[in-house]
Ligand binder design. Structure first.
Ligand code: FES
Ligand code: FES
Length: 161
């Protein structure tokens, strides 16, 4: 019989105390045990960025982290950021500029973009591209995504988008 381990963590501000298999990664734990399906799984090898979440305020690829490694941490997923309103302007900008098509990359792209904007008030387009370079999108060609992030940064600074 495979052992299970007890873990205790905060997920989107709520305490979660549960048991996991030692080899379950954080992405699968969030999706399958907690039913937080906004965290997507593409490559499962740390390449595509689709599984991006925040752990203790830092973005991580949840396919590369075991759920047991999240014991004692605070995890935030796209559901938490969306419900809190933290990225509502970013979400609107993505919608307005058609910065998503199939939407598979979008939750993680929004999380990565917010990670940039919370630290840098006015990144230029090259900086935005650099920061998002670990998040792959097969549909949009990135132009509209960069437009949306740039517009959000300007709007947050009180400038015209
Ligand atoms: S699924 Fe994690 S980086 Fe691709
Ligand atoms: S919108 Fe389809 S992968 Fe980005």
């Amino acid at each position: 019989m495979t052992a299970v381990l007890s873990i205790s963590l905060d997920v989107n501000g709520e305490r979660v105390e549960t048991r996991v298999f030692p080899r379950t990664n954080l992405a699968d734990f969030l999706r399958e045990q907690l039913k937080l399906a906004g965290t997507h799984v593409g490559c499962e090898h740390g390449v595509c960025g689709a599984c991006t979440v925040r752990v203790n305020g830092e973005i991580v690829r949840s396919c590369l982290m075991l759920a047991v490694q999240a014991d004692g941490t605070s995890v935030e997923t796209i559901e938490g950021l969306s419900d809190s309103g933290e990225i509502s302007d970013l979400q609107n900008a993505f919608r307005e500029r058609n910065a998503l098509q199939c939407g598979f990359c979008t939750p993680a792209m929004l999380m990565a973009a917010q990670d940039l904007l919370k630290d840098e008030a006015e990144p230029d387009r090259a900086r935005i591209r650099e920061h998002l370079s670990g998040n792959y999108c097969r549909c949009t060609g990135y132009q509209a995504i960069v437009d949306a992030v740039e517009a959000t940064a300007r709007a947050r600074k009180g400038r015209r988008p």
